[in-house]
Every structure is written in C-alpha cells, then in structure tokens.
Design a protein around this ligand. Structure first.
Ligand SMILES: [Zn+2]
Length: 249
C-alpha cells in the first residue's frame, strides 16, 4: 500500500490519474436480476456499480471511459441517499484496522460451502406426478443455488483465501453491522484510490452505512440486521470515535 498523500496533493494526484469504469465491476453482480446490476452505469453526475447490497460511486469526470457507458434515468442516487442511516459519525477507519477486522473472520475451506440441496452438483432430481397420475423422475437446475452449487450462506473472501459463513460473521462499526465481504470491497476501493484511511460518515444499526473515500468516491453498504444468532461479532477499531452521535431526521 502506498503512502497517503497530503490532502490537497491527493486530490491533484487523483484528477491526473483518472480511473477506468471497470474498477466498479467489483460492486456489480454479473448474474444480477436487473440489467443495471450487471455493469457500471451513469446516474446523474456519477458512475455507479451496484449489486443492490453495496454501491460504489465515482464522479463522472474521474472516469476516463464514462462516455461509453449506459445511462439509467431512474434517480438511483436519491434512493441511495434515502437508504443511509441518519446518525452522523465522521469516524476515521484506518486500512490496517480494516484488514485486521477482516482477518478476524472465522473461515474454513471444508466442503460446507457446497449447496446442501444439490451437494454442489448444481442439479436436483425430483419426482413429478401428472394430473393423470403418471409419475416422472426428472432433473433440473437446483433452484436454491441456481446451478452454482454454492451454499448461499457462504462467501469467498480473497483477503483470507477462504470461505466464511455470513450468517455467523459480522464486522461492527459504531454498533452498525456489515458483511465482511462488503468491507473487503471497501478496502479494494481505498487501495484503488491510494489512501490508507476512509471516513464512516453515516449509518445507524439496521440502516445503510456511508463510507467516504476521497472527494468524488464513496461507497454505501447495506447493513446486516441485528440478531442474537450471529456468533462472531468483530469490532472494527476506529479513530476519533465520538461517544455521542449527531442525529439528523
Ligand atoms: Zn444447489
């Protein structure tokens, strides 16, 4: 990781080193239900990449191939604004602490990440009885994992080189819970922007969190809803923690 540049230089560095829209691919879902989830798109002044659980967005003028992207007219940015929590935190997240938290995720590389319905084959066999009482044995794509063969509760994270159970691991930032995989994507964006800190701007338990990386680059992450069933709650250490938060309604 390169050293963080002084704030004013950082901005200059950034505008002379524009990004390609493919950076936002990490936030998209190639198998997404909607077209807009599959690749980055233009929305207002921003280029957005989203899978509907996380959104990375970058000012259009910082994306060198923005002209070739599709534009979606529906105001996605407004929806993002509304989704954020109303507590203002403005605490600093250091890259080292973020890595430390992500590495505290309990993971395993056993076969438990295979889809329990099709045992990883992606195909299920079932019996069908027709109206005239004939019985058929037929095979079809597993409806649970959609043929991918992967247990939907498990996600692969490159930073730990392993699978983790997202039903049992969350990272806690000021009492707000997030899926470690999405914080790994945040880390990726910080790395791309050449910074070693970002700011947790807004959020509240069970609401989206807003992370500011650099002028013109932000990430919004859906929360993990608080539940007693989660066994590994990893607290992310932050700088400038404030005891009281300012709430806007
Ligand atoms: Zn399956």
């Amino acid at each position: 990781m390169k050293e963080r540049l002084p704030r004013n230089l950082e901005w200059k560095y950034f505008i002379f080193n524009t990004m390609k829209s493919e950076i936002l691919n990490k936030f998209c879902d190639p198998n997404g239900r909607s077209e807009y989830m599959k690749k980055p798109f233009i929305n207002g002044d921003y280029v957005l990449g989203t899978d509907a659980h996380i959104a990375g967005y970058i000012k259009k003028e910082l994306i060198e191939d923005a002209d070739g992207l599709e534009t979606y007219e529906k105001d996605y940015m407004e929806a993002l604004e509304k989704a954020k929590g109303s507590n203002i935190y403005n605490v600093t997240i250091k890259v080292d602490n973020l890595i430390k938290a992500i590495k505290s995720v309990e993971y395993d590389n056993k076969d438990e990440h295979l889809c329990p319905d099709c045992e990883g084959n992606g195909v299920v066999v079932f019996e069908y009885t027709s109206v005239d009482d004939c019985s058929y044995i037929t095979k079809d794509t597993c409806p649970v994992c959609k043929g991918e063969g992967i247990n939907k509760n498990y996600e692969y994270m490159s930073l730990i080189s392993g699978w983790f159970d997202k039903k049992n691991n969350v990272i806690d930032i000021q009492g707000c819970w997030y899926n470690p995989l999405y914080l790994e994507k945040l880390l990726f964006m910080m790395h791309e922007c050449n910074v070693t800190t970002c700011t947790f701007v807004r959020g509240e338990p069970n609401k989206c969190g807003h992370f500011h990386i650099i002028d013109g680059v932000d990430v919004v992450i859906m929360p993990v809803f608080h539940s007693d069933d989660i066994s590994n709650i990893i607290k992310l250490e932050c700088e400038n923690e404030k005891k009281e938060v300012l709430r806007i309604d």
